[in-house]
Ligand binder design. Structure first.
Ligand SMILES: Nc1ncnc2c1ncn2[C@@H]1O[C@H](COP(=O)(O)OP(=O)(O)OP(=O)(O)O)[C@@H](O)[C@H]1O
Length: 676
């Protein structure tokens, strides 16, 4: 389907024709209804003819009510860890208030109603509680909160099933830097739109969103960022992509935290204009925090929710705010932008202009203003609004929300591979491993041929090479893998909060995405070294070597993922990985044979030891000279073969470790990946 411009009168016709075609193709009735809107609808709605009107309408309008919302944070720094917890408890016991955490109130009794079709702007100075409040409306804040937030008088924002109907754009752009704009929106569409929709329709919806948000011209540009080391689309375009991700599944409620921050005034105006149109044309409920709107943006707002130090200073029609503040003694100076004036009032800067145009601090603690507000409260629109309680049953379509489990895994896998296409097979990454492979080949050139193995020195050279091969490959993979989950943590948390997929789908999809890298590089490196060093010229030995190397690499990668998933913090993950890796290498049997008894158990955890023993078994068993009883370095060579007579146990133990590490990754993600 072609995308039509808003000014074209032919768009209604083309949509009707499209709808007829949809009926013929027997798609679900509810989906058709969603798209079945005509030019007449638009005229009746009396809205500006911007691109927003080509968006389908959401299913159900939503009233939002928040009543007496109060939020508290711990008043003291909460440092995690056993020592700090014990110290804190001891201190509290000494004071006699054990169990009580001193708290600071950051939201004070915020009350109001937002109707469908309205754009409500939350304004206030920095630190006044805007982000805290909007994240509560989105069910994404886990601070202690009292009061009630309800949608249509029945849905709490934290209800898992309801979260899918809320669009939430956070202050930071959470996007995959390695994807293009189209890919970003398309994969979101596949994950979040009903599985009953065809792929073509999902693409079409993405195209509509691109048009609506004015980013169609950059659809094939990469998002870009520091991680991928490439400059991509601009900050404003990123913000619009983030908004587009939420608009895609057409929620009835859209909540945005500072969508205009970092945008120039015209781009901000365009974005608010689009939101305004989306609210009016689709009867959507839109709440946005906004820092310092221009007077033109301010005129476009339906309602203003003004906050100061966590208190609600004003909630009502944006156009009525100036008059109301004048009635309580806060008259706006002539010609001033109302938004600027209200921010001054909320910050305590509300006096008359003095010398040099400076303002005086009239009430830094807002006490006078709060007193005036209490004496003459503003009647908030909607306070007396009687809206009917609806009790809609979960429809068949809702049950089919989102992609199937297999599709979720597939999309997570493909999206992840594409996101890392610049890093994974980059010249730097490939250059490093192939340089090391060729260097090894040169240093150990033909050391593995039969004649060289006849001496203890020659055999120990090969044993050293096998140890280096296994350590180098697993070191490389382990340190690549620890970045995976810390890097994707914000995206994982965002999508988990929105209930886009279960953690197991992410786990399997993400694990599958690593398979190409975890296999291609080890296979190439091992083949280069095998041929250059002249290891056992036997197909079975070559294949067995490859099997041991690959299982070891998967095990190392799993250990890296486990460390990354358990820490979810890059610095800590790097420290832990260094300690673990060096310990496993040192106890692997190559450097030290006589490990103190009380430490000897660590040797049994060293996957490097099992892998090395396996390779020695394949390459050196029966090919090395008999060792004199007193020759320790010779005994070292046979060590791999003495533990087990066959190769099976080494492979079995490596596989067992692989399964245990992977299960650990799943559990770490399941119980550790939570927003705090
Ligand atoms: N998890 C938390 N722990 C401690 N203090 C918090 C927490 N969350 C919010 N606060 C405090 O609550 C107050 C309101 O913060 P919030 O981020 O909501 O303000 P804001 O109006 O969005 O500010 P800005 O415009 O600068 O983003 C601040 O004093 C902040 O320090």
């Amino acid at each position: 389907m072609t995308i039509v411009t808003a000014d074209s009168t032919s768009y209604s016709l083309s949509f009707e024709v499209e709808n007829e075609m949809r009926k013929e193709s027997q798609r679900s009735a509810s989906l058709e209804e969603e798209w079945n809107f005509t030019h007449k609808d638009v005229e009746n709605d009396n809205v500006t003819r911007s691109n927003s009107i080509i968006m389908p309408k959401p299913k159900e309008p939503m009233h939002l009510t928040f009543n007496d919302v109060c939020t508290y944070v711990p008043a003291e720094l909460q440092v995690p860890g056993i020592v700090n917890t014990v110290k804190k408890l001891a201190k509290a016991c000494a004071k006699g208030d054990a169990g009580k955490v001193p708290e600071r109130q950051i939201l004070h009794s915020i009350t109001g109603v937002v109707n469908p079709g309205e754009v409500v702007a939350i304004m206030g100075p920095s630190g006044s509680g805007k982000t805290t409040f909007i994240s509560l409306l989105a069910g994404r804040n886990h601070l202690r909160t009292t009061g009630e937030i309800l949608y249509n008088d029945q849905h709490k924002p934290t209800d898992k099933a309801f979260k899918r109907q809320l669009g939430y754009v956070s202050q930071e752009d959470v996007l995959f830097e390695g994807l293009t704009v189209f890919e970003t929106l398309y994969y979101t569409a596949v994950l979040r739109l009903p599985r009953a929709m065809t792929n073509e329709d999902k693409r079409e919806r993405v195209s509509i969103i691109l048009e609506v948000l004015g980013i169609a011209h950059v659809k094939d540009s990469i998002v870009g960022g520091i991680r991928v080391g490439r400059r991509g689309i601009s900050g404003g375009e990123k913000k619009r992509v983030a908004v587009g991700q939420e608009l895609l599944y057409n929620p009835s409620v859209i909540l945005l935290d500072e969508p205009t921050s970092g945008l120039d005034s015209t781009t901000s105006l365009n974005l608010i204009h689009t939101l305004h149109d989306l609210a009016q044309a689709g009867n959507r409920t839109i709440v946005t925090t906004i820092h310092q709107p221009s007077s033109r943006i301010y005129q476009m707002l339906d309602k203003l929710l003004l906050m100061g130090q966590g208190h609600l200073l004003f909630y009502g029609d944006a156009s009525a705010a100036t008059d109301y503040f004048a009635t309580i003694g806060y008259t706006m100076p002539y010609g001033m932008n109302p938004a600027d004036y209200f921010l001054d009032v909320a910050s305590g800067w509300s006096g008359e202009a003095k010398d040099c145009g400076k303002l005086v601090v009239r009430d830094p603690q807002l006490k006078v203003l709060l007193g005036a507000l209490a004496a003459n409260p503003h009647r908030r629109p909607g306070d007396d609004l009687g809206h009917t309680m609806k009790n809609p049953k979960e429809s068949e379509e809702e049950k089919l929300q989102g992609a199937s489990y297999v599709t979720q895994m597939y999309v997570i896998c493909v999206r992840s591979m594409k996101d890392r296409r610049f890093e994974r097979f980059s010249v730097d990454a490939l250059g490093t491993v192939f340089f090391m492979a060729v260097l090894c080949g040169i240093l150990w050139w033909q050391k593995g041929v039969g004649a060289n193995l006849a001496t203890v020195t020659g055999a120990s050279d090969v044993a050293a090479l096998l140890f280096f091969l296994i350590s180098f490959l697993s070191f490389n993979l382990l340190f690549t893998s620890i970045f995976t989950f810390p890097n994707e943590k914000t995206m994982l948390l965002k999508e988990r909060e929105a209930g886009v997929y279960p953690i197991s789908a992410f786990f399997f999809g993400r694990s599958a995405a690593d398979v190409p890298l975890d296999t291609t590089i080890p296979i190439c490196v091992t083949t280069i070294i095998y041929l250059m060093v002249g290891l056992k010229p036997d197909v079975v030995a070559f294949l067995l070597t490859m099997v041991v190397v690959l299982i070891t690499c998967f095990t190392a990668a799993s250990l890296g993922l486990l460390i990354g998933a358990a820490c979810l913090n890059l610095k800590r993950a790097q420290s832990v990985a260094t300690v673990v890796m060096l310990t496993l290498m040192l106890t692997g049997g190559f450097f030290v044979q006589n490990i103190p008894v009380w430490l000897s158990w660590i040797a049994y955890l060293s996957y490097i030891a099992y892998a090395w023993e396996g390779l020695i078994h394949i390459q050196l068993q029966g090919r090395i000279p008999e060792c004199p009883a007193t020759d320790d370095s010779c005994a070292m060579l046979t060590m791999g073969a003495v533990k087990f007579d066959t190769l099976g146990p080494q492979i079995g133990i490596l596989l067992l470790m692989l399964v245990v590490f992977r299960a650990g990754v799943y559990l770490a993600l399941r119980f550790g990946a939570k927003s705090r």
